[in-house]
Design a protein around this ligand. Structure first.
Ligand code: HEC
Length: 182
């Protein structure tokens, strides 16, 4: 039979256990959330995103292949660009990027690079992920993959090799479709 003191101790133990349990839950949750936001996106994930078309809007509402022009740093004969729902919030009624736009976190823009024989040769991708270790000063992660998903330009370069061109006059938050395909 338990003494009064025994009962008090049992109650205290239960209270202590509950506190520890609650504390553990909050302690394990916090770092998980933190890893999600600052996690470095992988080339494999970029490749997966690059191949998606559903939920994306084509620049100027057209999936027509656009002929490469003099300003393009992308060697393929044709290209076309699509924007995910977050990035597409910056498009006007004609499907062009609005002047002065600053793309929101998560915005994803995929440029399909297409050979003269109309086969896809690769993808150039820009994703706004401000806390990603591969992000540049504007929060863009620059991905470049071949048609089979191999890295074509190092993610870790943080867009070094891309940004120079993407900063020419008329760029909108470093995007150039409006400049080369007005
Ligand atoms: C020599 C200049 C040049 C370089 C270098 C360059 N780009 Fe581009 N990029 C362009 C131009 C111009 C466009 C607009 C479409 C077109 O005419 O090809 C463009 C379009 C894009 C787009 C479509 C979104 C938009 O409107 O800008 C993405 C995504 C992209 N480039 C990613 C990259 C990545 C990633 C790199 C580096 C690995 C890179 N670019 C390097 C010139 C360049």
């Amino acid at each position: 039979m338990k003494t009064i003191l025994g009962k008090v101790i049992s109650v205290c133990m239960i209270a202590l256990l509950l506190t520890v349990a609650a504390c553990e839950t909050s302690m394990t949750k916090a770092p998980t959330t933190m890893t999600t936001t600052t996690e470095a996106i992988t080339i494999a994930k970029i490749y997966e995103i690059a191949k998606q078309t559903s939920g994306f809007t084509w620049y100027k509402k057209s999936d027509a292949l656009l002929v490469r022009n003099g300003k393009s740093g992308h060697i393929e004969a044709f290209q076309r660009t699509r924007l995910d729902a977050t990035a597409a919030m910056m498009l006007d009624a004609n499907g062009k990027v609005k002047e002065g736009s600053v793309f929101a976190e998560g915005s994803t823009i995929v440029k399909e690079l297409v050979n003269a024989d109309r086969t896809v040769n690769g993808y150039a991708v820009m994703i706004k992920r401000k806390a990603d270790p591969s992000a540049d000063a504007d929060g863009w992660v620059w991905g470049y993959v071949t048609a089979s998903g191999a890295e074509r330009h190092p993610l870790s370069s943080k867009g070094n090799g891309c940004i120079g061109c993407h900063s020419i006059a008329g760029h909108i938050d470093r995007t150039l479709m409006n400049v080369s395909n007005p």
